[in-house]
Structures are given as structure tokens and as C-alpha cells.
Design a protein around this ligand. Structure first.
Ligand code: TRP
Length: 364
């Protein structure tokens, strides 16, 4: 069986380092591993509209930002199909049919949907489109028969919901020869990468909290954000023992620092364990640790930022890439949709056997 990757992001803002360690970095590795037959990367504008109804321009403006972030990270249009969700109308058709396979109470129990309903104060009046987005996400994942979905941990309930739809579809409509493919989520192994906190230590990075480091940030912006990061409020003097628990600087180091960084920027320690030991023992100041983290993040983000600037010199070409990708995705979606319709017994005009049998019956 082919190995196929699909994943994507909502275009509601530029991508930040939480996206990067949570999924982007991995996608590029997978794309380059040569182990996958196809890689699809989707800008999920239709999904973004489910909770941004009154803000279509925000979604529109951020398509290019997300595309630039993708290319800057190393997603390569010659290896991966980059496309825009709304341009694949087949996804709506798939969603419509999958809706029959999901109950309202199952959607209500989806933990991600639950959390988002609370976050957006939708309790009293949930838009139907928003409520159903896990079903549309199942269409995103199944249209290309994805086997592998690299995502952040928060997306696990979506993959779970997709699996249920796949199993139900296959067992009802295609029991002998499955049509849809069961996807596997691929989430980061390192705890710190699963959910990188904001620079202020809050659990969620969000634009409105102003606590994100963006891939497009300048070197100065990064430095200012790192030097202002939340650490350990009990670590008042250098000599005090420091705490690692909930200490944003050390969580970021867990996500970014490698032994080679110590050789380059902090050779008096061999690795992160030694640095942590000194911090907890006391005698290591926050500023020194922050400066080290700054060097590490700068090293990682500088080439990304430079590539982004290069790509931004030819915006029409980026739209070209997205258009080509969308055309390619539409073709694959059309193929899957016709298999789905055949399995669902709604392929009337292709079924000459049926037409013949019915004419014979009426001729008697
Ligand atoms: N829900 C994802 C997010 O909020 C975006 C997304 C839409 C997605 N469709 C997808 C991710 C399909 C993986 C697979 O980031």
C-alpha cells in the first residue's frame, strides 16, 4: 500500500515556533525521507471560516503568510503538493456523505470541539458548520487516502473521529474491498514539542496574548521575546535553587537544544542535563540561560527567515504553486469521490448493468 502524508493548518495568522516544533519540522523531515509516495500539505481556509465567519479578509490575507512559512521551513513543491482547501469542492461532497455516519452526541463528545466551543463562547449558539468541522477534516484526510497525519497532540481527537468514519464507511458500503484508508496520527515524541507554551508561560500560544515567537520574526524581535520569557518566580537570586517545572526557558530548551549547541554557545556544559542540574542546584542565573536559548533559536530560525524573504520576492509564483497543487489535489479527490459514490450506490449513469436490467424488467 502507498504511504501518503496529509496535514494542514488554518490560515488565521502567521505560523509560530509552536507549529514548528509541533509539526512543521517533522513534515519537512518526512517529505525528505523518501519513505512516502506522496505528501499533501493543505491550507485549511474553509475550516478557518467555520469560526471566522465575519472575518473573511483575515483568512484571505493569511493564505500567503502560511504558504511563505511552509516554503521557508523547507516544504518543497517539487516533493509535496501544497494546496488550498476551499478550491477542492469534492471535499464538500465527501463531508456531506460522511455526515450520515456521525451522531450529534459523538461530535459533542469530541474534546477538541468541546474546548473550542468554550474558548469561543459558542455554548449558546454553535454554528452548524463549526460543529461539523471534524467531519470535514475526515474528508481532508481521506480524499487522498492519507496513511500518515503529522499533527500536534491537540488534533488526536480529529484523527480518532476520522478513523471512526473510515471504519463505518467501509463496513457499510465497502465490506469486501475497503475504499477509505485508516489514517495514523504522528505526534512529536518529546513532551516539550507536543505543546509548547507561550513565552509568558501560559499554556497556549496565541496571537491575542502576544506570547508567540513567529517564524517571520526579526532577530531583534526574537531576542526581546526570549529575554522577557517567564522562568521561575522563586528564582530571585542567582544563588537560589531554580525550578524546572513550568519554566518556559527550559521547556523551550527541551524542544530546541542539541548537544552541538552547547559546544558552540555554552561549552562549559556538555548537554542540557548538566545545565539543568546546575540550575536546580543554584548558582546559575536566568539571563545566562536565556542568552543561550536565544542563540539556539536564532540559529534555527535565521535560515528560515532568510528563505522566507527570498520567496516573498515573487508572490505571484507562490500563488502559481498553490494553484498547481490545488489542481493536482482536485484530480485525486475526484478519483476518490467516484469510488465513494460507486460504493454508496449513487453512480447511476456509470452503471449500464443496472440500466439494462431495469429496461428488461419493464419490457416484460
Ligand atoms: N484542524 C487543524 C488545525 O487547526 C487544521 C486541519 C484541517 C488539518 N484539516 C486537517 C490538520 C487535516 C490535519 C489534517 O490546525
Amino acid at each position: 500500500m502507498s504511504k501518503i502524508i496529509l496535514t494542514g493548518d488554518r490560515p488565521t495568522g502567521r505560523l509560530h515556533i509552536g507549529h514548528y516544533v509541533g509539526s512543521l519540522r517533522r513534515r519537512v523531515e518526512l517529505q525528505n525521507s523518501g519513505e512516502y509516495d506522496k505528501t499533501y500539505i493543505m491550507i485549511a481556509d474553509a475550516q478557518a471560516l467555520t469560526d471566522n465567519v465575519d472575518n473573511p479578509d483575515k483568512v484571505r490575507e493569511n493564505i500567503i503568510e502560511v504558504a511563505l512559512d511552509y516554503l521557508a521551513c523547507g516544504l518543497d513543491p517539487s516533493k509535496a503538493t501544497l494546496f488550498i482547501q476551499s478550491q477542492i469542492s469534492e471535499l464538500c461532497e465527501l463531508t456531506f456523505y460522511y455526515m450520515n455516519l456521525v451522531t450529534v452526541s459523538r461530535l459533542q463528545r469530541n474534546p477538541t470541539v468541546k474546548a473550542e466551543i468554550q474558548l469561543r463562547n459558542f455554548e449558546a449558539s454553535i454554528p452548524v458548520g463549526f460543529f461539523c468541522y471534524p467531519i470535514s477534516q475526515a474528508a481532508d484526510i481521506t480524499f487522498c487516502k492519507a496513511t500518515t497525519v503529522p499533527v500536534g497532540e491537540d488534533q488526536l481527537p480529529m484523527i480518532e473521529q476520522t478513523k471512526e468514519i473510515v471504519h463505518k464507511f467501509n463496513s457499510i458500503y465497502a465490506p469486501d474491498k475497503p475504499v477509505l484508508v485508516d489514517p495514523q496520527a504522528l505526534i512529536p515524541e518529546a513532551e516539550a514539542c507536543k505543546r509548547l507554551p507561550g513565552t509568558d508561560g501560559k499554556a497556549k500560544m496565541s496571537k491575542s496574548l502576544g506570547n508567540c515567537i513567529y517564524l517571520a520574526d526579526t532577530a531583534d524581535e526574537i531576542r526581546t521575546k526570549v529575554m522577557g520569557m517567564y522562568t521561575d518566580p522563586l528564582h530571585l537570586q542567582v544563588s537560589d535553587p531554580g525550578h524546572l517545572e513550568g519554566n518556559t526557558v527550559f521547556i523551550y530548551l527541551d524542544a530546541f537544544a542539541r548537544d552541538e549547541h552547547f559546544e558552540r554557545y555554552l561549552p562549559e556544559y556538555a548537554n542540557l542535563d548538566e545545565l539543568k542540574a546546575h540550575y536546580t542546584r543554584g548558582g546559575l542565573g536566568d539571563v545566562k540561560v536565556k542568552k543561550f536559548l536565544n542563540s539556539v533559536i536564532q540559529e534555527e530560525l535565521e535560515p528560515i527567515r532568510n528563505r522566507r524573504t527570498e520567496f516573498a520576492k515573487d508572490i505571484p509564483e507562490i500563488y502559481n504553486i498553490l494553484k498547481k497543487g490545488s489542481d493536482a489535489a482536485r484530480e485525486v479527490a475526484g478519483q476518490t469521490l467516484s469510488e465513494v459514490k460507486q460504493a454508496m450506490r449513487i453512480d447511476y449513469f456509470e452503471d449500464s448493468e443496472m440500466i439494462k436490467a431495469q429496461s428488461e424488467r419493464y419490457a416484460e
